[in-house]
Design a protein around this ligand. Sequence first.
Ligand code: RIB
Ligand code: CA
Length: 315
Amino acid sequence: MIKKILIDCDPGVDDSLAILFALYRKDVEIAGITTGIGNVTAAQGAENALRILKLAGAEDKIPVCAGAECTIAGETEEFPEFIHGKNGIGNVELPESQQKTVEKDVCDFIYEKACQYEHELVLVLLGRMTNIANTIKKYPDFSKKIKQVVAMGGAVGTFGNVGPEVEANIGGDPEAADIVVQAAWDVTMVGLDVTMNTHLRMQDVEEACRYCREECRPVLEFAKNELEYYMEGARKQNWMRGCCPFHDPLAMIVAVNPGVVFTQKRITRIECNGKYTRGKVVTDLREYPIEGRYVTHCLQVDSVRALNEFFAVFQ
Ligand code: RIB
Ligand code: CA
């Protein structure tokens, strides 16, 4: 069965790996790509998505729509240039695409896709949840049309990456994330508990470049080049050597094969206040928990299997 996926992202080195994995996966149809502020501006993210599609031979095949340039509260902040580079893809220059972005309000675009693929569409969220929260606000019946939401974000039982207990996608727009986890739909969060425990190694990327199908070589060479920058960022941020965390691609893998993770459903809210905890994912296991909906959290991962799933699509 072909999975229909809409990717909302902020490309982003790891976002680009997730997009490429989905593109080459035979059981996935990408219904559209939307972008929001995060690693770069939404406009730059959309430009990156267009160029990645062109590189993969998918120019004009998948619509791309740029969305929110600020959080739901109207805030902007500095981009993490030391992780994703100035242009978001490790400062690698890709050839321009002739494809143009869809000139629509991103909420209208997302809602139209939800109607087109009613009860079939899986939303894979790889950045802040601003576009999705805005769509929920604009279209009250939106959540009922969606099959599932799989989101890279949060840190449940581990430390954060932008605050002591806060992960970037949730910390970047906590109010938006709280709207998303409170909506009436099936949400799975793929957080740092599993993405930090899955290490993408340069050695494996280089091997993949050697042994891949001929048509995949340009995209893997691109991945290798942008990962050189990203892994240097992982060295500075996490003291990792010759490898990096596997954030957004792991979320995409969970969307197509949930068997790579062990999960638990917990009542969940997002902390929207707090000097040190704004953006923390709060889960409540008590008998009489806080008010909130159940969200599925990924707590453990079979990282070998997840990485094999990733590389398999290029073989
Ligand atoms: O915390 C990791 C997340 O933040 C990833 O989605 C990465 O692309 C950045 O946006
Ligand atoms: Ca991302």
